[in-house]
Design a protein around this ligand. Structure first.
Ligand SMILES: NC(=O)c1ccc[n+]([C@@H]2O[C@H](COP(=O)([O-])OP(=O)(O)OC[C@H]3O[C@@H](n4cnc5c(N)ncnc54)[C@H](OP(=O)(O)O)[C@@H]3O)[C@@H](O)[C@H]2O)c1
Length: 428
């Protein structure tokens, strides 16, 4: 064991940062033994140094990054969030020779390339396990444990807020507005829930997962994104009637015979027999389909101070150990450089509910709309009669563009009053 401590600086000491500081202190002896040298917290950058923070000594809190740099940290842990000043500070830390750990999915999804390039240029490590699905060990398994396999598809429930809302809609029959309000009251949703409910947070995580799974650079702009604000109680009821549950899924998949990547976030119907269907409330899970390994599922807490700090500390120990051994993590792998496939050509089974007048010939007219757009029907059922007649159609795998064209054609049919629900359906 080296006597020479490794110096750790925090950028941010809020929900996650304060837990990292606490656990660094509480687990100090174990971490020193695992790293081969003690870890010493030399400072934490915050906006307001006068705000008391449990477990962090006042003299460690600084508001000027120059004060931190003067303390020459070996490892800088960024837990501020947002794009700037986090981006500039991380680049500065790496230029000064520090390895960095970050949980900042927004920055990684928007400008991860700048961070990876800086890490390579300055021969330091960049680790970001906590940026996707909080505590769940996921990125290292994708990068390292599956390095000899071929990932085919990643399906993730990676946003706890939306999963909580959808769980309440499914289990309590709540409508969207009530479930959102309840999530806000319990602290699962922000006062402005846009980033969560419109899928932006999940899209950032989808970009990170897609890049790692398919050895390519993927950014937020590559992700086709639809949130859950349009999901209604009747959609949830329709899913239930089919033995399905609605989940907001982040999907990254190999397309076009392995020559491209499809990456999207959207609500989808998941069969209740699928492992993802049992992921309730604010929990996260990521289901990975790999060529040799088969199906894998990673499950746990996707947020919260201590759970997220666990993932941050795992990275911190790994990078500290590298420092002691004079080693480095493998770094970014983008050799495949696969393009992003057209989201409109992504194929999936689809569920459609179609409100129709209950009269002769309607069924044939509806069926022909599907046939004219090359969409093949797997099942078709009529629920109700007269004014309440609803046709419930599940298609075979069809491209999103063809489904949209079919819906436009259906809306032009006299006897079709509305097509209230169109949703992807995933298989068992
Ligand atoms: N919270 C979670 O459950 C969770 C889960 C996974 C990933 N993450 C990621 O972890 C990161 C941190 O999240 P958090 O929930 O811990 O955030 P937070 O509670 O808002 O804490 C942010 C910290 O950064 C400091 N900070 C922000 N802007 C600053 C600036 N311009 N200059 C100096 N200090 C600044 C704040 O200082 P003050 O305290 O003085 O305001 C605060 O200490 C984010 O990237 C987030 O996406 C969070």
């Amino acid at each position: 064991m080296s006597d020479q401590p490794l110096k750790v600086a925090l950028l941010g000491c809020g929900v996650v940062g304060s837990q990292v500081a606490r656990l660094l202190d509480e687990h100090a002896d174990d971490m020193a033994a695992r790293v081969g040298a003690p870890l010493t917290l030399v400072g934490a950058l915050v906006r307001d140094a006068s705000k008391p923070r449990d477990g962090v000594r006042d003299e460690l809190l600084v508001t000027d990054p120059e004060v931190l740099w003067e303390r020459s940290p070996d490892i800088v842990v960024e837990l501020m969030g947002g794009i700037e000043p986090a981006r500039t500070l991380l680049l500065e830390a790496m230029a000064r020779g520090a390895s960095v750990v970050t949980a900042n999915k927004a920055l990684l999804a928007q400008d991860g390339a700048a961070l990876h390039d800086a890490a390579a240029e300055h021969h330091v490590d960049l680790a970001f396990e906590a940026s996707v699905a909080g505590a769940i060990p996921l990125l290292r398994p994708l990068k390292e444990s599956l390095a000899g396999d071929r990932v085919l598809r990643v399906l993730g429930i990676v946003n706890g807020t939306t999963n909580y809302i959808l769980t309440r809609m499914d289990e309590a029959g709540a409508d969207y507005a009530d479930a959102l309000r309840e999530a806000q009251e319990l602290g699962y949703a922000e006062a402005d829930p846009t980033a969560d409910v419109e899928g932006h947070d999940a899209a950032a995580k989808a970009a990170i997962l897609a890049g790692l799974a398919f050895h390519s650079r993927v950014t937020l702009d590559d992700v086709a994104c639809q949130g859950i604000s349009g999901v209604t109680a009747s959609d949830v009821e329709a899913a239930r009637a089919m033995g399905h549950v609605i989940k907001l899924l982040a999907v990254a998949e190999s397309t076009d015979g392995g020559t491209a990547i499809g990456v999207r976030v959207n609500p989808a119907m998941v069969p209740r027999t699928h492992p993802l269907a049992s992921v309730r409330e604010a929990f996260n899970a990521v289901f990975v389909e790999a060529e040799a390994a088969g199906d894998l599922m990673f499950y746990g807490r996707g947020a919260g101070g201590a759970p997220t700090a666990s993932a941050v500390l795992g990275d911190l120990v790994a990078l500290a150990r590298n420092r002691v051994l004079g080693a480095r993590d493998p770094g970014e792998s983008t050799y495949a450089a696969l393009p992003i496939s057209d989201p409109g050509r992504a194929t999936a089974r689809h569920y459609l509910s179609i409100d129709v007048d209950d009269r002769a010939g309607v069924l044939a007219r509806v069926a022909s709309c599907f046939a004219e757009h090359g969409v093949s029907i797997e099942t078709l059922r009529q629920d109700g009669r007269g004014d309440d007649a609803v046709l419930v159609v599940v298609t075979h795998a069809a491209a999103g563009d063809d489904i949209s064209a079919t819906v436009a054609a259906l809306r032009g049919v006299d006897a079709v009053r509305d097509v209230p629900t169109v949703m992807q359906v995933i298989g068992d």
